[in-house]
Design a protein around this ligand. Structure first.
Ligand code: FES
Length: 95
């Protein structure tokens, strides 16, 4: 495995803004989804790094998740899309 592959990380935006005119990922449940993902990855024996991030610049389309380096986004990462998100993370991290 090359060094850049080892450094790949899954970043969840967990920014929280209060106010109806200020969308933010934590207000849409990103922290809970991140914990669900971490638990399921662990259950499957996947030790990918998963970290919080302050804001990924996709606030209107969040919750936002990004794999970096590489720059791919998964937007609208709500509980309802958990299975799709999990498979995407595994596929992106194992590329
Ligand atoms: S608040 Fe999540 S991308 Fe900006």
């Amino acid at each position: 495995m090359a060094d850049t592959e080892r450094m790949k990380t899954v970043y969840f935006c967990t920014n929280r803004r209060y106010g109806v005119d200020s969308p933010s990922c934590a207000m849409r449940g990103s922290e809970k989804v991140m914990e669900m993902v971490k638990q399921e990855l662990s259950r499957r024996g996947k030790s990918f790094p998963v970290e919080k991030f302050l804001c990924l610049g996709q606030c209107t389309f969040g919750p936002a998740v990004r794999i970096a380096p590489g720059g791919e986004f998964f937007l609208g990462a709500k509980k309802e899309k958990f299975d799709e998100l999990l498979e995407w993370i595994i596929a992106e991290m194992e590329k």
